[in-house]
Design a protein around this ligand. Sequence first.
Ligand code: FAD
Length: 390
Amino acid sequence: DQNKYTGLIEDCYCDYETVDSINGEFLYPLLQELVTTSFFRYFKVKLWCDCPFWPDDGMCRLRDCSVCECPENEFPETFKKPWTHGLPSDDLVCQEGKPQSTVDRTLDSRAFRGWIVTDNPWTNDDETDNGEMTYVNLQLNPERYTGYTGPSARRIWDAVYSENCPRYSSGEICQEKKVLYKLISGLHSSISIHIAADYLLDETINQWGENVELLYDRVLKYPHRVRNLYFTFLFVLRAVTKAADYLEQAEYDTGNHSEDLKTQSLMKQLLYSPKLQAACPLPFDEAKLWQGQSGPQLRQQIQKQFRNISALMDCVGCEKCRLWGKLQVLGLGTALKILFSVDGDKIPVQPLQLQRNEVIALLNLLNRLSESIKYVHEKGPSVEKIFAEP
Ligand code: FAD
């Protein structure tokens, strides 16, 4: 059924066709360029295994994926000196690791300045700089197949869904809980799509390529997963455009003047695009939420649930998955912070303040979702023809 995804995206003010065309023509190419700039390609993250939920099951100790568990005699002597930017690169440290699971920490010498450090109330991480933080070049660590699977991965998704945002029944009236479920499900779809788009087909010859069967089995077969992806994309897009004035004035200074000008110009194009404003002026209307009497308590409850989801990311037993899990959950947390930093009377709780890292996460998340939407739009119909049962 080619027309499965038509009309308005549920709870949004934009239809599938418009999202596909504005994404393909404008957002996707722009975001692809934006995330390669010096400002957007470095993400600060604590990759240490620090799982608060299942401390003893060895999940964080997967040798294939973890940096912390390498015996010290594997370190070259020169790496034993103190590190200024976190840990040494994995491929030098973790000889036994699968290269596709590990994180390459190669870093330019540029430093970022001028951003405020205030913890995000929606996420669990302490963002203060300390010795456990490391910078990761996202361009060297694409989100793709890593081989992380089985009970450890399953346990995290199960905890995310069953403990924090139970699937809503069709009679569910609480719009806000529905939003949380759809955001997580949309993100999950996007992660699965990236695994399918960049899969290790043959380990012996290190051959990478598409796995369309996986795309079908994990995403396309379940139309609500595709719909949730579109929803999550519009939700994050709304957050970005809502914060347009803040994001326009923000400093994208990395010390590379010409590139910083480019970053600023790309941000302006994104934030004030007449094309986008004409096609999809209000992707999602956050003002409709938290209207009921229990609005403030409900927001607190959902904030707590989202913080739990954020904390679960520390239990992800594969480093590269943990990196993208943390980045994207911080991106969603930033979108939630932008859209819901108002109390019941719509008065801002405080003026919007973002950290540099939150903005990096937000825009990289938007880019990942944009990639997933483009891939599903282009591949979906032909893959469904192959696998869908008559
Ligand atoms: P899973 O994807 O593990 O799904 C588990 C269950 O969740 C499914 O059986 C289904 O009931 C439900 N479900 C699945 N998709 C959706 C959806 N969209 N909406 C609602 N419910 C859904 N692996 C990599 O190779 N690379 C990565 O970068 C990577 N990143 C990860 C990041 C995180 C935070 C986590 C928790 C895991 C990550 N993984 C990654 C592992 C990957 O997501 C899968 O868990 C793994 O490939 C096993 O897949 P599965 O078929 O068991 O289904």
